[in-house]
Write a protein that binds this ligand. Structure first.
Ligand code: PMT
Length: 220
């Protein structure tokens, strides 16, 4: 049996991609499948936590015993995460949030061949950073972010750790064959007390290692 060491704890997880509307039929998104975040939500629930999973659109079934909140855009994800964050003990931000969104989503389908080139120029604006917003607003929550990097993985994760005021960053190298969409991952856990090099494992196993280390921050 699984040790219910997170009994009585509240865990928030964000997962999956966000989708940002261009018009009623088109959108901007990314390659996140949600597998990493869902694995963390499922592992936390199996360990006895009360889990809220805020998820962008994925093809996955909602994990058992988890309260799942479906969202689409980064702004919707922020609003849902903010609500659960206030009363959580551990927050894990595994979602691949779109850094930008179309500035003025059209209410009608954009037309090709339009005189004003409406399909060739889509003006973008920056989305809010959910991890940074909540990390910098934290009181006693343990805040765990991710870093999806293609170069200088650990250095970039260390920058995110301090900028986003996280307690730990799960860094993954997404430039190769692992990360987005895969069942396995290879990560480094980066915190102020050092870097833990985790070997390639199933996302379900990485989930437990992330939760083990996050749980240690609760007592501190
Ligand atoms: O979903 P899978 O297919 O299983 O793939 C897993 C994964 C590769 C998506 C996952 O392991 C991962 O790395 N998730 C974070 C992806 C990402 O957006 O990384 P980033 O380095 O751009 O962002 C850093 C951190 O800030 C992340 O915790 C992210 O959730 C957060 N962020 C980023 C931008 C933004 N606007 N808001 C955020 O909260």
């Amino acid at each position: 049996g699984v040790e219910r060491d997170l009994q009585g704890k509240r865990v928030l997880v964000t997962a999956g991609p966000t989708v940002e509307a261009i018009d009623p039929v088109r959108y901007l998104t990314n390659r996140s499948s949600g597998k990493m975040g869902y694995a963390i939500a499922q592992a936390a629930a199996l360990r006895g936590a009360e889990v809220t999973l805020v998820s962008g659109p994925t093809a996955l079934d909602a994990p058992r015993g988890v309260r799942t909140v479906a969202v689409e855009s980064a702004r919707e994800m922020l609003a849902a995460a903010e609500e659960a964050f206030a009363r959580c003990d551990i927050a894990v931000f595994a979602a691949a949030v779109s850094d930008m969104r179309p500035k003025n989503p059209a209410s009608r389908k954009l037309k090709k061949g339009a005189a004003d080139a409406e399909l060739s120029t889509i003006e973008l604006v920056e989305n809010p950073d959910i991890l940074s917003t909540l990390g910098n607003a934290k009181t006693s929550q343990v805040v765990v972010g991710f870093a999806a990097e293609t170069d200088d993985v650990i250095e970039n994760a260390q920058v995110k750790l301090s900028k986003k005021n996280a307690d730990m960053i799960v860094a993954n190298d997404v430039g190769g064959s692992l990360g987005f969409g895969t069942d396995d991952n290879k990560v480094w856990l980066v915190s102020a007390d050092g870097v833990l090099d985790v070997p390639r494992l199933a996302k379900s196993e990485i989930a437990d290692i992330v939760l083990d280390r996050a749980a240690r921050f609760i007592e501190k």
